[in-house]
Design a protein around this ligand. Structure first.
Ligand code: PEP
Ligand code: MN
Length: 570
């Protein structure tokens, strides 16, 4: 059995540590049950086993102090971590009902995590024992039909017991993080790593601050800070710190060097792959020297830093000119708020084409604040948009309101629009991630820039990388405008993300007079384009007439934007 790792675990066969170990290795493991955590450590030190698995923190009860204290004393390294669900099962000899059980055995920690369930029982004695899996083992031996054990699902399998009740814990999502310890030569290198250290500070004001500042200066992300008493010096503490990065990374190496000067005592417990459920961690053995950290895979998909260049979205149809969005050319999208009928749409489309703008907007499904306002023509509106597309040679953008309409809207349009009111409709966002067409995501009226980016991440994470962001004004106390157009979002977004950034000055102000100055400001601020509302006859518009440009103001608008673009080019 050469490839089967020998692993020391605390607890009898079937313990939660063993369950976590199976998850970590994902293959058969030779587990050696030990009575205590100390025995786990000793077994590795004596070469009886290669690895040990120890719980370090639980999402309900917090840090496991025994493990922290042992790490200080032992010479072993942390070489891995695994997060495992801890779910408690009521196990018996026979599949009887809960009411028939008279005695329940388990470890006190497990009993305390299932207190609500236990309190609901009548005429049942609760008996604490040394180990959860041990309680299952005892039951398998004494075979009392009216006794039960609270233990893991794995214990049921190992001791051939019946599951009488499941998920007994007081809170769902009860999870424990375990660490894998081994001799230092078992340490591996992986880009997406974490490092754990222990240190004591110099006994002077601000010393912890100076240490944490080093991490801040190097841009290193801390993931956990814990303190434990210094046993020989009362009221002094050991600090345990976990942070992202591998000690072989150049940056981390330098930060650790600086740390040495600022600490009394520094012990590096190890660098190890950050646990991830989705991808199996690939562990590479360390080569000598430091390895430059160029891996950006931990950054969000929207991040400019991760991608390294701006996204350009191309609209292309065989008999229409190719349009590139995000290539620095400031794209204008124009059209009515809603599609109201053939005459309205075509007259407006004609105006748009004459102005050499190539993308026509128009809502077929309208998200109206009042249910009694015009709700849009639905599919009929989409058909009219398609006709306008063919007749005037314009690309089409239109809003989709519901996940069930995504496929339908995608058939008719070139860009799908997600309105402000739906920016956090995550079901809809996930659906959009599956289509092949570009998506314009408008900022929610009470959404932060970070929330806008995270909504974009939903779409990107599903595999659609053609996302355009749109600032369209946010709610503030100001009542002079419909919304407060947050133009500062443009440079902020351009720094944070590679995605094209648009501005909607129509909804951003609610006032046609403000559309031109705000569009100019958007251009100067670095936006990739604007989306504006235009109506051949705004006074008769079924929605947003006040903010829609009329034909004359639209023509003036186009000319002034063109002039400003030229001025900026010089
Ligand atoms: C629109 O563009 O017609 C619209 C409804 O915009 P928003 O979602 O930004 O309010
Ligand atoms: Mn509108």
């Amino acid at each position: 059995m050469e490839d089967v790792p020998k692993v020391a675990v605390q607890g009898e066969e079937g313990s939660f540590s063993q369950e976590a170990g199976l998850k970590y290795w994902g293959k058969p493991v030779d587990f050696k049950p030990k009575r205590t955590f100390e025995e786990v450590i000793k077994s590795i030190e004596n070469d009886e086993t290669e690895y040990g698995i120890l719980p370090i923190e639980n999402s309900l009860i917090g840090s496991i102090s025994t493990t922290y204290d042992l790490l200080l004393e032992s010479n072993l390294s942390i070489i891995g971590e695994v997060i495992s669900d801890v779910s408690h099962y009521l196990l018996g000899i026979k599949k009887v009902t809960v009411k028939e059980i008279r005695k329940i055995y388990s470890h006190p920690a497990a009993l305390s995590q299932c207190s609500t369930f236990l309190e609901s029982l009548q005429n049942c004695e609760i008996i604490p024992v040394y180990d959860t899996a041990g309680s299952a083992m005892m039951l398998a031996k004494n075979r009392d039909e009216h006794s039960a054990a609270i233990a893991s699902k794995l214990s049921a399998k190992i001791y051939n017991l019946e599951i009488i009740a499941e998920k007994l814990e007081d809170y769902p999502n009860n999870q424990t993080r375990f660490i894998i310890v081994a001799k230092a030569d078992k340490e591996t290198y992986q880009k997406n790593s974490k490092t754990s250290i222990i240190f004591t500070t110099l006994h002077q004001p601000g010393s912890l601050f100076h240490i944490l500042k080093i991490f801040n200066d190097y841009g290193i992300n801390l993931t956990k800070l814990e303190s434990r008493p210094h046993k020989t010096e009362p009221w002094r503490y050991y600090f345990y710190l976990d942070f992202e990065g591998h000690r072989r990374d150049k940056l981390i190496n330098e930060a650790l060097d600086e740390l040495r000067d600022q600490t009394n005592f520094l012990k590096i417990l190890g660098s190890y792959p950050i646990w991830s459920e989705s991808k199996k961690v690939e562990r590479i053995h360390i080569t000598s020297g430091s390895i430059e950290d160029k891996d950006k895979s931990h950054l969000p998909l929207y991040s400019y830093e991760r991608k390294g260049n701006y996204t350009i979205i191309t609209l292309k149809d065989f008999d229409m000119p190719e349009i590139k969005i995000g290539n620095g050319s400031f794209t204008i999208i124009a059209g009515p708020c809603s599609v109201e009928g053939r005459k309205q749409l075509f007259k407006t489309a004609n105006l748009i084409r004459e102005s050499k703008v190539s993308i026509l907007r128009g809502g077929a499904f309208k998200p109206r604040t009042s249910p009694y306002s015009f709700q849009g023509l639905g599919e009929e509106g989409l058909k009219l948009l398609k006709e306008a597309r063919e007749n005037y040679g314009l690309y089409i953008i239109s809003e989709v309101l519901s996940p069930s309409d995504v496929e339908l809207v995608a058939e008719y349009v070139d860009i799908l629009q997600i309105g402000a009111r739906n920016m956090q409709n995550f079901t809809l966002l996930k659906e959009l991630g599956k289509v092949k067409k570009p998506v314009m995501l408008k900022r929610g009226m009470s959404a932060t820039i970070k929330e806008l980016l995270l909504s974009a991440e939903y779409i990107l994470a599903q595999g659609n990388d053609k996302v355009i962001l749109c600032e369209r004004g946010i709610r503030t106390f100001e009542t002079s405008t419909r919304n407060t157009l947050d133009l500062s979002a443009i440079p902020i977004l351009k720094e944070k993300t590679h995605l094209p950034v648009f501005v909607d000055p129509s909804h951003g102000t609610g006032n046609r007079k403000l559309v031109l100055p705000m569009s100019k400001a958007a251009l100067v601020s670095g936006a990739d384009g604007i989306i504006v509302e235009v109506h051949f006859q705004p006074e008769s518009a079924l929605s947003d007439g006040n903010q829609s440009l009329d034909p004359d103001s639209y023509r003036k608008f186009i000319k002034e934007i063109k002039d400003l673009k030229e001025k900026l080019r010089k």
